[in-house]
Each structure stands twice: as structure tokens, then as C-alpha cells.
Design a protein. Structure first.
Lengths: 396, 225
């Protein structure tokens, strides 16, 4: 920040206007109405005439940038031109499609939404270079761990989270969003909103904030301001929940399909004697009589965000579609590799519980067992079969 | 207007309709996701499809019983039983002084029939996903003793109890004539059977292999029809 500048001011709130207001007040006491009119007209002329020399701060308009969110306004125009935009529905996991003009990035600890925005600068020239600074004049109700406004100065690049800095909450520590320019024109900078993947703290669902842009004459210390209220729409912090499955080290490959079912995994060829298990599979003995138990570790990956309370988050599983040859093939679950295998429930009403205290972002290594009967004769079966497990995470 | 709605009222209705549609679209956009995630929401239920192809399987296991011990094979075979030092007068051995191993001395040592050293062992067939519930185990000598004029592999056939000396017969040396060891083998059952080495009582030019370790290889075949 330029240390010569002491106070925020619009172009119409510079010292010239203060002089004008003082004389007019004087007139209220000592001058007749007619004289006041004449004097007032004269002062207005003087004000207009003096404006280019005494109050020549550069100005900036805000507008939507190509591919960015919609910027409306200014409304009101005075005392500070106020523009409106908003990030809309957001969540800490980046679930869903961001609002129009926003790009979402998964970042450490949350999700980052960003957008370009245009600054249309007037009045800048080599004798009056302009710099635009930014600070948050009205903060979100939510804490910065939930919502944090960030900016990336012109000319960028601004496509990586590392390009952004948090916008401070005080003018004293404002940061540059448009470095010094010596000509008028339209300049694009970026605004970003970090949404923390946090739980267990009070969260105001619908929130808004205001960013003040200080348009400063970098040589003469003149200041004008515009502000952007992020209230159209408001920033609505939504809950989000995600449950993914993954391949564990040394385990069977679990593939995300992008469709239905969500994941697939193939035990390959199996037999009741446990001969020749495929890569990633281990035969565990002593758990189930009458056949072989092929086991694999895998990952259960819960994520949830925006919950005021999430201490009792459960993950359950059940066999939603059983093997056709369920007398030959069965699915087992265990928390450990070599023991503790239990038949997975086939009832949605009495599911097998994996955990009742799932943590956001805390992967769980679980063990899945495929039992293959060693039966012969009429009850035997050879060929391919499949079953579907349905996992459910419930944040509560 | 014939409808009784003024133009101004109509505009208001249209505005409300437009807003309602917009609100609906926004709501849909914020809640339509894959089964792995949702926002807003408190629960999701992804699915995992597991596939397996069940094959038939078959296994035949030999193991020492109460007779001669099995040791690690040295020539690429699967098992190794050692009868130790033997002779036609049954002076040496047997490999173990248990009921599972022993020797039959010749009736007239050195002049009539041969000496037989024997041991029990187990044959365990296992098979799964077969249409039949029983199989057959056969055996033959796939590689005979080099000194086969002095040493002969004998077996007790499918007998589970110790055969008499005469019950030990020379094992076949051709696959086509393999002897049945277990005729109706159930999966997972360990069958006790008997093997032996017969030492010829002959002397003279036909004697071979004396003092040198001799070995033969037996091949067992489990078949589930």
C-alpha cells in the first residue's frame, strides 16, 4: 500500500468536494437563498473545472470476463460504485458442477473455485500510473477455514492454486490485483474462493462478502474505489459426502467405471482348492470350512464436508445382488488380513458395518474375501458369476 | 382479455414461472451426481461389482504315514521316500521300527523267495466343482531302478491294511497298465496304502547295484471322470 494515502475515498470524495461542502454549510447561516444559488452554481463550476487538476484519480469499472462469472452493477453507483457477483453453491469436496463461469480445483484441505474478472481502467497514463489493490471490506460470516477469498493478479497465470493469495481483511494489508499500468484498457485478474473441507464447526450456509478495490494513482496518491459484493448469488456452503473405493497396495485392482456399477473388480479364475490365486489375492485358511477363501485388501475412502457434527459417520456394506450360484460363492469381510472374516449381509435392512466412526479423508484398509465351495456333483458349478456390493456412508 | 387476467397479471405469472423454472434447474444442478458423491446430502451408496470364474480343480497329495519318512526330493520329483539300506536276507532295516514299516524275510533265506521291505503312506485326492463325486488313483513305475534285476518296486494295490508278503506284487512299469491304488476316491479323504522294495536273493552275474544307492520313480494319477 502506498504510505502517502491515509483514507479511502472515491473520486467524488476527494478534498475538492470537502471544500465545497464546507462553503455550502457556511451559506446556510449567512447567505440569502438567492445568493446561495448564485454561489452554489459558481462553486459547482469551480468544482467541475478543478476536477481534472485536483481530483484526477483513475477509475475502474468491473465487468464479466470471458469464461468468468457474471458481474452486475454498479448498483448503487454512489457513494462507491458497487458491483455484484457470486460463487453460488459451493462445497469443500468440489462435488457437482460449479456455477457458470467458475472453475473448480481440488486442493489440499478443500476445494478451490476461481473466475476471471475484468477491470476497465480509465485515466491511467505515464504521469498517472494506476495500481489496483484489493481487500475484503466485509468478511464472510464463516471463518476463513470454511471460506477464504483469494486473488491472482494480472497478468497471471492464474490456473493453479499456488498462483493465488488470500485477500486480507484490512485495507492496511491490502494486496495488488492489478500491478502498475500506464495506460487505460481492460485488464483481467482472477478471484478465487477456497472452500475448506471441514466439519464439526458451525457453518453459515448462505454467506456473502465484499471485496473493496482501491484504484490508486501510484504517483500522486489519489484514490478511487469500487467494490464487489459477492451476493448475487450468495455463497452457499453445502454439505457434501463422497465414498470411494480404491486398490490397496498388494491387493486386487479395483476399477472405477464412471457408470453403474461404480466399481468393478475381478477375482479371475478361482477354485475350491485355492490353487493358483491371481495377483493380489491371498488364500486364507482356517476361516471358512468347505472350500477356499480368496482374500484381498482394498481401500474404503470416505470424505465429507460442511457438517456441523460428524462424529458418528457410519459405513456399511451389503450384498445387493448375490451370486447366482450362492451355494458355491460367498463374500466375506474382515478388518484384518488373516482372521475375523464374516459373511457379508445380503439384507439392506441389516447391513454389515465397516465402521461407525469414519473420518473425513481417512482411508480404511479393509479385506474382502471370496469363498469358493469345494463341492462336487450336483451342487457344483463352473463358470463366471458376479455379485454386487453396495456400500453406504451416512454422516450423522 | 377473455381469460379475465390482465396483461400486468399475466406478466407477473410469467415472471414467477420463469423464476420457478430457474430455481428448479439450479436445484437439479446441485444435486445430480454419481452414486459416489452428493452435495448437498448426508449419504451416498456406491456399488462394487465382483466377478469370478469358477474352475474345476484337482490335487493329489502323498504323505508319509507311520512308516518310512518322506524327505525333500532331489531329482525334480514331488515326494521322496527312502527305504534305507536293504538286503536279501533282511538283515538291515527296516526304515522305521513302527507298525507302518517293516520287512518280510524270505521263506528260505538266500535260496528261495525274495526279501520285502515295506512302508505305508497316504494318498489324498482332492477335487472340486466336478460333476462326479469320486475319482480313481492309479500308479505305475515311470522310472525303474537301474539295478532292476536285484530291486523291484512292489505295492499292496488298493489295500489299506498291511498286506501279507504275497500281497505285495510288482508294480507295473507302463502307464497303460497302471495299478489302481484308490478305486473310488472321495475328495479330501486320506487313504493309507502300502509300498515296498523287493530284494532279489540271487547271486552271480545278474546281481547289480550292490552298495550303490538305487532309486525308482512312481507316477500317480488322479482322474475324476
Amino acid at each position: 500500500m502506498n504510505p502517502q494515502l491515509q483514507q479511502q475515498s472515491t473520486q467524488r470524495r476527494c478534498k475538492t468536494s470537502k471544500d465545497e461542502r464546507g462553503l455550502l454549510r457556511l451559506g446556510n447561516f449567512f447567505l440569502s437563498r438567492a445568493l446561495r444559488a448564485v454561489l452554489g452554481f459558481s462553486m459547482l463550476w469551480l468544482f467541475v473545472a478543478a476536477l481534472p487538476t485536483r481530483c484526477a484519480a483513475q477509475t475502474a469499472l468491473l465487468s464479466s470476463a470471458a469464461g468468468g462469472f457474471a458481474v452486475g452493477g454498479p448498483n448503487p453507483l454512489l457513494p462507491i460504485p458497487t458491483y455484484h457477483a457470486g460463487f453460488g453453491n459451493v462445497n469443500g469436496l468440489g462435488v457437482g458442477t460449479p456455477a457458470a463461469g467458475l472453475t473448480a480445483l481440488a486442493v489440499t484441505g478443500g476445494e478451490f473455485y476461481y473466475t476471471p474478472i475484468n477491470f476497465i481502467v480509465a485515466g491511467a497514463n505515464p504521469g498517472h500510473p494506476v495500481v489496483i489493490w484489493a481487500y475484503v471490506s466485509t468478511s464472510f460470516s464463516n471463518s476463513s477455514s470454511v471460506l477464504q477469498l483469494m486473488s491472482c493478479p494480472n497478468p497471471g497465470p492464474c490456473t493453479s492454486f499456488s498462483n493465488y493469495s488470500a485477500i486480507p481483511n484490512t485495507q492496511a494489508s491490502e494486496i495488488v490485483i492489478l500491478p502498475q499500468q500506464t495506460s487505460t484498457g481492460t485488464f483481467t485478474a482472477y478471484l478465487g474462493l477456497f472452500v475448506g473441507s471441514v466439519n464439526g464447526i458451525p457453518i453459515t450456509s448462505s454467506d456473502s462478502a465484499t471485496i473493496m478495490f482501491d484504484v490508486r494513482d501510484d504517483r500522486h496518491g489519489l484514490l478511487s474505489q469500487v467494490k464487489l459484493q459477492l451476493d448475487t448469488p450468495n455463497e452457499t456452503v453445502q454439505t457434501a459426502v463422497r465414498l470411494q473405493l480404491g486398490t490397496a497396495t498388494g491387493g486386487l485392482t479395483i476399477t472405477a467405471t464412471g457408470g453403474t456399477p461404480d466399481y468393478q473388480s475381478d477375482f479371475g479364475t478361482v477354485n475350491g482348492l485355492g490353487i493358483g490365486p491371481a495377483a493380489g489375492l491371498t488364500i486364507v485358511t482356517g476361516q471358512v470350512a468347505g472350500g477356499s477363501l480368496y482374500t484381498t485388501p482394498y481401500l474404503v475412502e470416505p470424505q465429507f464436508s460442511g457438517f456441523s457434527s460428524a462424529n458418528n459417520t457410519t459405513i456399511t456394506v451389503y450384498v445387493s445382488t448375490n451370486f447366482i450360484h450362492s451355494a458355491v460363492l460367498n463374500l466375506y469381510d474382515s478388518a484384518s488380513s488373516a482372521s475375523g472374516y464374516n459373511l457379508i449381509s445380503t439384507s439392506s435392512g441389516a447391513q454389515t458395518q465397516i465402521t461407525s466412526t469414519a473420518g473425513n479423508g481417512t482411508n480404511i484398509t479393509r479385506y474382502l474375501g471370496l469363498f469358493v465351495s469345494n463341492a462336487n456333483g450336483a451342487g457344483s458349478f463352473t463358470g463366471s458369476d458376479s455379485a454386487t456390493l453396495t456400500y453406504t456412508i451416512t454422516v450423522q | 382479455m377473455a381469460t379475465g387476467i390482465t396483461q400486468e397479471e399475466n406478466k407477473t405469472v410469467m415472471k414467477r414461472t420463469s423464476l420457478a423454472i430457474l430455481a428448479t434447474l439450479l436445484t437439479m444442478a446441485s444435486t445430480t451426481f454419481a452414486a459416489t458423491q452428493a452435495s448437498p446430502g448426508t449419504s451416498v451408496s456406491p456399488t462394487l461389482q465382483l466377478t469370478a470364474t469358477v474352475q474345476t480343480a484337482i490335487r493329489l497329495t502323498l504323505a508319509a504315514s507311520t512308516g518310512c519318512a518322506f524327505s525333500a526330493p532331489t531329482g525334480g520329483q514331488d515326494y521322496h521316500m527312502d527305504f534305507g539300506t536293504v538286503d536279501a536276507l533282511t538283515i538291515n532295516g527296516p526304515c522305521a521300527n513302527t507298525g507302518g514299516a517293516g520287512k518280510y524275510a524270505p521263506t528260505v533265506p538266500g535260496s528261495s523267495d525274495d526279501a520285502t521291505y515295506y512302508s505305508n503312506y497316504t494318498v489324498t485326492p482332492q477335487f472340486t466343482s466336478q460333476s462326479q463325486t469320486t475319482g480313481t488313483v492309479k500308479m505305475y513305475v515311470s522310472s525303474n531302478f537301474a539295478a532292476n534285476t536285484s530291486l523291484t518296486v512292489v505295492d499292496g494295490g488298493s489295500a489299506s491294511a498291511l498286506p501279507a508278503q504275497a500281497g505285495f506284487t510288482a508294480s507295473p512299469t507302463a502307464a497303460a497298465s497302471a495299478v489302481t491304488v484308490v478305486s473310488s476316491a472321495a475328495s479330501g479323504t486320506a487313504y493309507t496304502r502300502w509300498l515296498g522294495v523287493q530284494v532279489a536273493h540271487t547271486n552271480g552275474a545278474s546281481v547289480a547295484g550292490v552298495g550303490a544307492q538305487q532309486s525308482a520313480t512312481l507316477t500317480y494319477t488322479l482322474t475324476v471322470p
